[in-house]
Write a protein of this length. Structure first.
Length: 318
């Protein structure tokens, strides 16, 4: 599979690399990492990165190509990363691509019609791209090493999530040996500002815990305006209420715009991805997301999570 992917890359002079909407470190890291791998190991290729510009990870790893002009009738390959469904692709260039390749570590959803390289056990798509580089003995420059390490460390929650194994650390070691700048990466990830810190203080002082073991925060527009943060940022701060004793699942619900409430779900051990899927979202077993249309939907999801926890732990007691 890995060899076939690289052979297909070598066939095309024009390549587009896409990832999912609202990109995280793994989506951006795999995108920028793969682009730099292709450029470092081939000559004369035009490689474009498609998607939302000026993202958090992009500010460190490199921005997407804002203006992508591909002449009509041009044959090009579109590699789609960290994305199991057409609906979550951040861009439309896949619609006219000659061929598609998917590289992803989520559960299979849509068949993209080309090479499908899926590994549900991989902690990150960046790990899969790093695996390609290592197994094919590709040249890995500092830009690629930084991008792939960034994605691995963020998607694994600093190598703390279930699924981290020997290969994870072997590939992390491989990337460090290729120039990944660990100090700079961690400094970027942990550095904060006054606005963010004050908002995280609000998160830690206003969460609700149910008797079933669910902790959650709800952020309406008034709260977001008061603290000067976006709904997407508020939702992404979900791990500010992680690691509470007696809490099994923690969730952030944040207003984004009228009719859109972003949800981020995290769990210690109880799978939450099927809850997210029920509400039109998805993700990993212990880390998923969704978008709801009303606060009534939020309350319904809270009830579903509480029902799930009662079912799980009552069956264990039985």
């Amino acid at each position: 599979m890995i060899k076939k992917i690289w052979e297909k890359i070598l066939e095309y002079d024009v390549i587009v690399i896409s990832r999912h909407i609202r990109p995280d470190g793994d989506a951006t890291g795999s995108q920028m990492g793969l682009k730099n791998l292709i450029l470092a190991n081939t000559k004369g290729k035009k490689v474009y990165c498609e998607g939302e510009a000026n993202t958090y990870a992009g500010k460190m790893l490199g921005n997407v190509d804002v203006d992508i002009n591909i002449a009509p009738n041009t044959k090009y390959l579109n590699i789609i990363l960290d994305t199991p469904t057409f609906a979550r692709i951040d861009g439309t260039l896949y619609q006219n691509a000659t061929e598609l390749i998917k590289i992803d570590h989520h559960l299979f959803v849509d068949d993209f019609g080309g090479i499908e390289y899926i590994d549900n056990d991989a902690i990150a798509t960046c790990l899969m791209v790093a695996r390609i580089a290592k197994e094919l003995h590709l040249k890995v420059n500092k830009k690629a090493a930084n991008a792939l390490y960034f994605g691995m460390v963020t998607d694994s929650n600093r190598f703390l999530y279930e699924g981290v194994n020997k290969e994870t650390f072997d590939l992390a070691k491989f990337l460090v040996a290729k120039g990944a700048e660990i100090f700079d990466i961690y400094n970027y990830l942990y550095e904060t500002d006054e606005v963010s810190l004050k908002f995280k203080g609000y998160c830690m002082n206003n969460f609700t815990v149910t008797k079933e073991g669910l902790a959650y925060n709800k952020f309406d527009k008034d709260v977001l305006d008061k603290y000067g943060v976006s709904g997407n940022f508020a939702a992404s701060c979900v791990n500010t209420i992680a690691n509470l004793r007696g809490v099994h699942i923690h969730v952030h619900f944040a207003y984004v715009e009228e009719g859109k409430i972003r949800v981020e779900l995290r769990s210690k051990q109880v799978p939450v991805n099927f809850i997210a899927t029920k509400y039109g979202g998805g993700g990993h077993k212990l880390a998923s997301g969704a978008q709801l249309s009303s606060w009534k939907d939020v309350d319904n999801m809270i009830m579903d999570i509480n029902d799930l926890l009662r079912e799980v732990f009552s069956s264990e007691e039985a």
